[in-house]
Design a protein. Structure first.
Length: 36
């Protein structure tokens, strides 16, 4: 069975990665709309 701390750290890590990707995509879309 996995360690509970490890699972918490992993889920927090994934949450950060997902939010970073979403922010990146939003910036990309806004920039493209601004340029075009």
């Amino acid at each position: 069975m996995l360690d509970e701390n490890f699972v918490l750290q992993l889920s927090a890590f994934f949450a950060v990665i997902i939010s970073l990707v979403c922010t990146f995509w939003l910036l990309l879309i806004i920039t493209c709309d601004y340029i075009v």
